[in-house]
Ligand binder design. Structure first.
Ligand code: FES
Length: 153
């Protein structure tokens, strides 16, 4: 029989049997593990809605094969923070009211959190370039930039 897929997600180990070769990490997180933090936007690696961390680095889960990240450390929004114990980036987004429809937001938060983990005092230019691949169709980029700058103290 095929070996189960071992994944480490939000600090918890999972052994998943019968995961198809072509399954994406996004599909597995949402459909098998019930983690809806990562969103399905384009499915092509082009919008950032599905952003998670793989070993602390922002990555697009819609184009990552689930089997390709066996044994790696995956973090979704659910593992970053929760109500009552927000990650500083989440708290800053709330303070800045940086959401309109909110669909892009989880990916934006994950992308920004990964940046600030390696560069806690990231400049505005650095934040802009880091988030340039995360699309927001409502056009709340100014508020989002403000939120990330609040977190980058
Ligand atoms: Fe993954 Fe758009 S859904 S980048």
């Amino acid at each position: 029989a095929e070996q189960p897929l071992h994944l480490q997600v939000n600090g918890r180990a999972h052994a998943l049997a019968g995961v198809p070769r072509e399954a994406t990490l996004l599909h597995l997180l949402r459909n098998d593990l019930g983690l809806n933090g990562p969103k399905y936007g384009c499915g092509l690696g082009q919008c950032g809605a599905c952003t998670v961390h793989v070993d602390g680095v922002a990555a697009r889960s819609c184009v990552i094969p689930a089997h390709g990240v066996a044994g790696r450390d995956i973090t979704t929004l659910e593992g970053l923070g929760m109500r009552g114990r927000w990650h500083p980036v989440q708290a800053a987004f709330e303070d800045a009211q940086a959401a309109q429809c909110g669909y892009c937001l989880n990916g934006m938060v994950m992308q920004a959190a990964a940046l600030l983990a390696r560069d806690p005092h990231a400049s505005e230019a650095r934040i802009r370039s880091e988030l340039s691949g995360n699309l927001c169709r409502c056009g709340t980029h100014i508020e989002i930039l403000d939120a990330v700058q609040r977190a980058a103290v």
